[in-house]
Design a protein around this ligand. Structure first.
Ligand code: ADP
Length: 385
């Protein structure tokens, strides 16, 4: 019994209400029994003070009661107390029942939301991530329910992201693998000639596979924050020059002008040079990928409140507004086939770039006038002078 009380919040609340009711009734009874005689005397004296005028001839005067009066007053008091106690019992029983019902209702109003949260937690633990609890009112219990729902929604999101990730990764792996398998089968069956082109095709797909696996490894490290930034003072102009130098051959081969806009005086950043290079190279090679021949890709940098903004602007295909919010999501590609043809990756590059910028305490965003209007990606990195 004691154990079940200890383990049930409802029983605890109910018993505490009951204790309050019982103590209240005891105090009411004791108090009334204690106060009754003096209150009776007071009222009797007041009554008797009025009586001689009402019943002249009985020889009753205030302060001098007749001998027989004392007995009848005592009897009157006993009768009065008995009737008072009778009334007290009835009223006490009515108050007790009303209070019991009310405390049952109140204790249930506390335990029910708690039980609902507990049931929902059990269902979520069993894998039903869509489980939510009703939120009524704005008290602490409703806040608990609302926080619980927030947590459940987050879990739901993480779970669906995990599912999507597995589906995406298998899809991404399947495409080059199928191509390699197809080419090899063609070679075995003699359908495909054992030519340089066939081997080059297989090699390209194998390279794509390798790049995907490398990207995935990078992504998992970046997302788990399982890498350490080797922070050193980084000079922004030399960073930009390195990117230009690295990607100039690609730009030339694609017939795109790759340029560095004149840079103002800039503070040094406390960052990991290799990682920052990775971010800018990614943005620049994307710009080169999604810009047709004859276009321009330009790097620029400027100082803004406590930050250095480094931008990569292109005159390429641009990004429609509906894609903007999702462009940094993993595996998100605007046009899968176009991205592949353009030699694009699996839609992980920007996710990694964003995670790296954020690891530096920075941000990354994109602006574009829409399709065909070019794009401008900006990385904002904080600096301390
Ligand atoms: P990917 O490896 O496929 O390029 P990213 O994460 O780097 O993956 O980019 C995601 C998608 O964003 C790309 O598939 C492309 O559709 C779009 N994108 C990225 N950079 C640009 C750009 N400069 N201009 C237009 N679209 C871009």
């Amino acid at each position: 019994m004691l154990d079940s009380v200890r383990s049930h919040l409802g029983a605890k609340i109910f018993l505490s209400y009951l204790a309050i009711i019982v103590v209240g009734l005891l105090v009411l009874t004791a108090g009334s029994q204690f106060a009754l005689p003096s209150s009776f005397d007071r009222h009797m004296l007041r009554m008797m003070g009025a009586m001689p005028r009402l019943t002249p001839g009985m020889g009753m005067r205030l302060g001098q009661p007749a001998p027989g009066d004392l007995d009848s007053r005592a009897q009157f008091f006993l009768d009065y107390r008995a009737s008072f106690n009778d009334a007290l019992k009835v009223a006490g029983a009515a108050a007790l029942s009303a209070a019991l019902l009310l405390s049952l209702f109140l204790s249930r109003s506390v335990t029910e939301p708690v039980q609902a949260v507990s049931r929902a937690a059990q269902r979520i633990a069993a894998g039903h991530y869509d489980e939510r609890v009703p939120v009524r009112g704005a008290d602490e219990l409703s806040q608990l329910a609302s926080r619980f729902n927030d947590m459940a929604a987050k879990l739901d999101e993480v779970e669906s992201m995990r599912r999507r990730l597995i589906a995406d990764v298998s899809h991404e792996l399947r495409t080059p693998l199928t191509a390699i398998q197809g080419s090899l089968e063609g070679l075995i069956d003699g359908v495909l000639p054992a030519s340089v082109e066939t081997y080059e095709q297989i090699h390209t797909e194998a390279q794509r596979l390798k790049r995907l696996v490398d990207d995935l490894q990078d992504l998992s490290r970046v997302e788990a924050q399982a890498f350490e930034l080797q922070r050193r003072p980084v000079d922004v102009p030399s960073l930009a020059h390195t990117v230009i130098k690295r990607l100039a051959p690609v730009a030339t081969s694609r017939g795109i002008r790759l340029e560095l806009e004149p840079l103002p005086e800039l503070p040094r950043l406390a960052g990991d040079e290799d990682r920052l290079l990775q971010v800018l190279s990614n943005l620049t090679s994307n710009a080169l990928q999604y810009t047709p021949a004859g276009g321009t890709v330009a790097l620029s940098a400027r100082r803004a409140a406590g930050e250095v903004h480094i931008s990569v602007r292109d005159t390429g295909v641009g990004i429609a507004p509906e894609h903007m919010p999702r462009i940094f999501d993993r595996f998100y590609r605007i046009d899968t086939s176009r991205s592949r043809q353009a030699g694009g990756g699996s839609g992980i590059g920007l996710t990694i770039a964003r995670a790296l910028a954020e690891a530096h305490g920075g941000r990354i965003w994109v602006e574009s006038g829409g399709q065909g209007q070019g794009s401008k990606f900006t990385v904002a990195l904080p600096f301390t002078e």
